[in-house]
Design a protein around this ligand. Structure first.
Ligand code: FAD
Length: 465
């Protein structure tokens, strides 16, 4: 019997879903408590988006320093102090996570450390090492995120690692096998390949980065191979044997068994939602077949005062999707008519070249019976791309044939991750290709590629025939 603490809205999990939901709820006048069992910022800030991008950028710089001789830059004895790389990466994580703490406090959100467990639809218990506290709430937002899937044939250990293990290695491995050539596997593989690791990717599907158009993933694959990465597609990972200071990984390609020795095997075959240890059964929250929490357009679960957002609900497991849903849930609790609309959610891969997509692909549009114009423009025809020494790639703008409405875009190329924002805005604002073509883009910039792709769509391209 402890005395329950009362609050309006309790948020469980302080990742990009939960902390954003908490801030928005507080801005709207709710008394908010956020419970986090680990670190503020969740997977994204601590062991996901941010540290991975830091490692990718560091690896890229090292690689560029060594390969700019054709530009007249000759660097000798370029070396990597990986301890320092890791310290730099950690310093970024610290800055951002303490930033989140400051934002929560600044918005008067109460931060509680511990693990939350539902007692009933208005009560949770929070356990922290040796204390427990009960909280009573009017509304709850569950934002507990996800964790790496462990394969029964690849039990995690010091040498069989997940993405968190790969982000925190103390040295650059000589050799690493990566099981799963999805976004996370390819991003981490690229980072380590740039640092000098011999990387072997084993992917079950026909192509790496399934979900992106083949034309795009093919560019990434070609680039990985150029870096000396071995890429096996349609390959089945069989098992692993740990040796004295490494692993022996067995996989099957084209009916043939291969055994590769390496320092580590990184398993990135997907993530599973953290929904199993929350006591959801105590409240009777409905789940989907895949173990995700079922929600309506306002992120409300089958229990009307409990909401769910982020990796634990359907849709792409992306940080910006979690944050977006967080705002919707907080607004819904305050009685606003906000609803989720996934039309313009971008997806980005920080590979080389970067890949980005928003809205429809040409194929998806055709499958939905929409007649489209798919207008392509190559980075190689852009002055800025040439001066950046990064001409590999293209933009594809997907517009509706009848009226030129922008309904999608795919980009493979340098800074695709930033360029996709303009296309998201175009879709969100209901713009046509003509609107983009009429917008003056500064020269020389990669943004001109967007303008030129729009010109291709309306039949008046200046810089390609
Ligand atoms: P999470 O970030 O997983 O946060 C959930 C939080 O809840 C955690 O802090 C956890 O400790 C806490 N929690 C769980 N259970 C409880 C409980 N019972 N009580 C209290 N607290 C609890 N996405 C992108 O958009 N861009 C990227 O570049 C990108 N890169 C990635 C790279 C890697 C290596 C990984 C692993 C992921 C990456 N992602 C990226 C995905 C992104 O990290 C997730 O989609 C995002 O973090 C999901 O946010 P969330 O708020 O749903 O959950």
């Amino acid at each position: 019997g402890d005395f329950p603490i009362e609050t309006d809205t309790i948020v469980i999990g302080a990742g990009p879903g939960g902390y954003v939901a908490a801030i928005r709820a507080a801005q709207l006048g709710q008394k908010v408590t956020i419970v986090e069992k680990g670190n503020l910022g969740g997977v994204c800030l601590n062991v996901g988006c941010i540290p991975s991008k830091a490692l990718i950028n560091a690896g890229h710089r090292y690689e560029e320093a060594k390969s700019s001789e054709h530009m007249g830059i000759k660097a000798e004895n370029v070396t990597v102090d990986f301890t320092k790389v890791q310290e730099w990466k950690e310093s970024i994580v610290k800055k951002l996570t303490s930033g989140v703490e400051g934002l929560l406090k600044g918005n008067k959100v109460e931060i509680v450390k511990g693990e939350a467990y539902f007692v009933d639809a208005n009560t949770i218990r929070v356990m922290d090492e040796n204390s427990a506290q009960t909280y009573k709430f009017k509304n709850a937002i569950i934002a507990t995120g996800s964790r790496p899937i462990e394969l029964p044939t690849f039990k995690f250990s010091d040498r069989v690692i997940d993405s968190t293990g790969a982000l925190n290695l103390k040295e650059v491995p000589k050799k690493m096998v990566i099981i799963g050539g999805g976004v996370i596997g390819v991003e981490l593989g690229t980072a380590y390949a740039n640092f000098g690791t011999k990387v072997v990717i084993v992917e079950g599907a026909d192509e790496i980065i399934p979900g992106f158009e083949k034309q795009m993933s093919a560019l990434v694959k070609r680039n990985l191979k150029k870096k000396g990465v071995e890429v096996h597609t349609k390959a089945m990972a069989k098992g692993v044997e740990e040796t004295k200071d490494g692993v022996k990984v067995t996989f099957e390609v084209k009916g043939e068994e291969q055994v590769v020795e390496a320092d580590y095997v990184l398993v990135t075959v997907g993530r599973r939602p953290n929904t199993d240890e929350l006591g959801l059964e105590q409240v009777g929250i409905e789940m989907t077949e895949r173990g995700l929490i079922k929600i309506d357009k306002q992120c409300r679960t089958s229990v009307p005062n409990i909401y769910a957002i982020g990796d634990i609900v359907e849709g792409p497991a992306l940080a910006h999707k979690a944050s977006y849903e967080g705002k919707i849930a907080a607004e819904a609790i305050s009685g606003h008519p906000s609803e989720i609309d996934y039309t313009a959610i971008p997806a980005v891969v920080f590979s080389e070249p970067e890949l980005a997509s928003v809205g429809y692909t040409e194929k998806q549009a055709k499958d939905d019976g929409i007649e489209v114009i798919a207008a392509k423009f190559p980075f190689a025809a852009n002055g800025r791309a040439l001066s950046l020494n990064a001409t590999d790639g293209f933009m594809k703008l997907v517009t509706r044939k009848e009226d030129g409405l922008v309904i999608g875009a795919q980009i493979a190329g340098p800074n695709a991750s930033d360029m996709i924002a303009e296309l998201g805005l175009a879709i969100e604002a209901g713009m046509t290709a003509e609107d983009i073509a009429l917008t003056i883009h500064a020269h020389p910039t990669l943004g001109e590629i967007t303008m030129e792709a729009a010109e291709v769509a309306i039949g008046t391209p200046v810089h390609i025939i």
